[in-house]
Design a protein around this ligand. Structure first.
Ligand code: 0X9
Ligand code: ZN
Length: 405
């Protein structure tokens, strides 16, 4: 309890602490060995013990953050402790105290609608007025905003900017979910190693690059990939073939009915046009550009039009491998690392190729998130949190590694 109070006081001035998916477990120690183990656990300060007394005649309530849930379960098993989940999501309790701002609170236990994601972004702007600026530099064909956040902990970080884009392909829901998870961790992680890294950077983060397509996957066709611009009898160009670098030279189609239709000309899609315009205004401050897709568990390096190892391929690969080791350390998820054309297929006109090709940004990666095909694009919601945890950690490791070089 004391810890929690201190934590709350500590950050109250800066912003609200959030407890999304923090569970409270109620434990029933039945022998002295279990009591001693719990006391030791309390002493090491990792978990927040909501109840102060630990003894044979007491129940013990412990709050567990989502990223430590697995460790905690191990502990329970090791000590044969009887337990039940007492509170499923602490943030829900906190939200119930306040008037609900939007229908569902973001918790990474489910895939959310565009309105919910945008309401959450707006709420962040209100909750963190000194740190979060809500932006909507982009516009979709059907007139939806492409909303994102600029997170800045210090004006000194201005020229150390990381740009993150998710949801460029509509059906790849896990991408938008991992990107919102990333925003949440940047703002709320209490891990000192994470804080050190995130607070050294300025962040521009857009979880839903293709909002028309995203909405269409919710209302009409779960498997929609492209934009929703009408082209004759078919709809949509592939936004990730529409960028103006080696546009439509390989791995793209001239057929508007194809899933990889490059569009009638580069930047024909309003989403790509407006967002590239925005990137061109901030690119001089950009050190990294990360694009999130699914699926296949790959970390892709430019370029997509050639298997040649161009630019800083070697360091991107080296650091990428270190990042993927970190990613694997949580749940054993394995990624392959390499040039797009080499380990996936040739594809020109992608966002990261454009950034690397036109601006030469040093750190440029495309993630193909979970899984390897068992569920494909329809990744079960219970994989959102583990995907978020492992992916975010790898991003931090990658930035840390580049920082050392
Ligand atoms: O084909 C794509 O656009 C991406 N794969 S997906 O299954 N998500 O559609 C791969 C893009 C490769 N990226 C770069 N060349 N940068
Ligand atoms: Zn994709």
């Amino acid at each position: 309890m004391k810890l929690l109070v201190l934590a709350l006081i500590g950050v109250a001035c800066a912003s609200q602490v959030r407890y999304d998916n923090f569970k409270v477990h109620r434990l029933f120690p039945q022998n002295e060995d279990q009591v001693e183990a719990l006391k030791t656990l309390q002493d090491n300060g990792v978990y927040d013990f909501w109840s102060d007394g630990i003894g044979l005649n007491y129940t013990v309530d412990v709050m567990v953050p989502p990223h430590l849930e697995f460790n905690f379960q191990d502990f329970l098993r090791l000590k044969s402790l009887n337990a039940e989940v007492f509170v499923e999501n602490v943030q829900d309790l906190i939200d119930m105290e306040r008037a609900p701002a939007h229908p569902r609170s973001m918790g990474w236990v489910d895939y959310y609608d565009l309105d919910e994601i945008y309401a959450w972004l707006d709420q962040l702007g209100e909750d963190y007025p000194d740190v979060v600026e809500v932006l909507s530099p982009g516009m979709s064909y059907e007139g939806r905003e492409i909303k994102g956040v600029h997170i800045s902990f210090s004006p000194n970080n201005k020229n150390n900017m990381v740009f993150i884009e998710g949801g460029i392909h509509a059906r790849e829901w896990i991408s938008s979910a991992v990107v919102t998870y990333t925003i949440n961790e940047i703002l709320n992680s209490e891990d000192p190693d994470v804080r050190k890294v995130v607070e050294e950077y300025d962040w521009y983060i857009f979880p839903v690059y293709n909002p028309d397509g995203f909405v269409y996957t919710k209302t009409t066709n779960r498997m929609w990939r492209k934009t929703r611009v009408p082209y004759g009898s078919c709809f949509g160009a592939d936004p990730n073939r529409n960028f103006d670098y080696r546009w439509n030279t390989v791995g793209a189609s001239n057929n508007p009915c194809s899933e990889t239709f490059a569009g009638p000309f580069a930047h024909s899609e309003p989403e790509v046009d407006s967002m590239t315009e925005f990137v061109s205004k901030v690119e001089n401050r950009m050190v990294a550009y990360l694009s999130f897709h699914s699926y296949s568990q790959l970390l892709l390096l430019p370029f997509g039009h050639t298997t040649a190892h161009l630019d800083n391929y070697a360091e991107l690969r080296e650091v990428g491998l270190i990042g993927m080791e970190k990613l694997k350390s949580f749940f054993g998820t394995e990624y392959r690392v390499g040039n797009t054309a080499e380990i996936l297929y040739a594809a020109a006109g992608t966002s990261t190729d454009w950034v690397k090709g036109i601006y030469g940004t040093r750190i440029t990666y495309t993630y193909e998130l979970r899984d390897t095909g068992r569920y494909g694009f329809v990744l079960p919601a219970d994989q959102i949190l583990p995907s978020g945890i492992e992916t975010f950690a790898s991003v931090i490791t990658i930035l840390e590694e580049f920082g050392k070089r």
